[in-house]
Ligand binder design. Sequence first.
Ligand code: SF4
Length: 168
Amino acid sequence: MEQSFENLVPYAKSIGAVDAKLMKARDIVLDSRSLLKCRFGCGRWGKYWTCQPNIGISIDEFTETLQKYQTALVLKCVEPKIAQEITLAVEKEAMMQHGAIFAFGMALCVQCEDCAFPDPCRFPHLARPSMDGLGIDIAKTVEPLGFKVEFDAQGNLLPAWYTMVLLD
Ligand code: SF4
């Protein structure tokens, strides 16, 4: 099944992703403790439509839904706005070119400086939930794919934003 989505890897890189790797959806690591980190310590809790508890999909519901997917694409980008744009572009490409009608991107929504919540979302066609808000342990999911913490020649930490598109 992965074979048919392989062209999404060079496509993602061609539009600005630092890296992109296909994975089996069953290897996505879920950990409900991610919700604790959302609830305590993150200023976005309750303030964004795309963050808990406003997503409207519980971790249990997402866990059940995830069983339907077989393949996912992990994207690595240098900053969140680019990451959101590339994630949406890959989601669209998967739908248009591969007929993956349930392709679904997950990326921190940074479309607006301040979310419109509780008023209606300004750009619902661009807004997607964050991975950790749905219970995904991002580090444990991407590390087996070879994604590592990287530094430049001066020893500065290179920024990395990870997003995902569930494909089929
Ligand atoms: S697009 Fe804007 S209003 Fe909609 S969820 Fe994202 S930040 Fe909030």
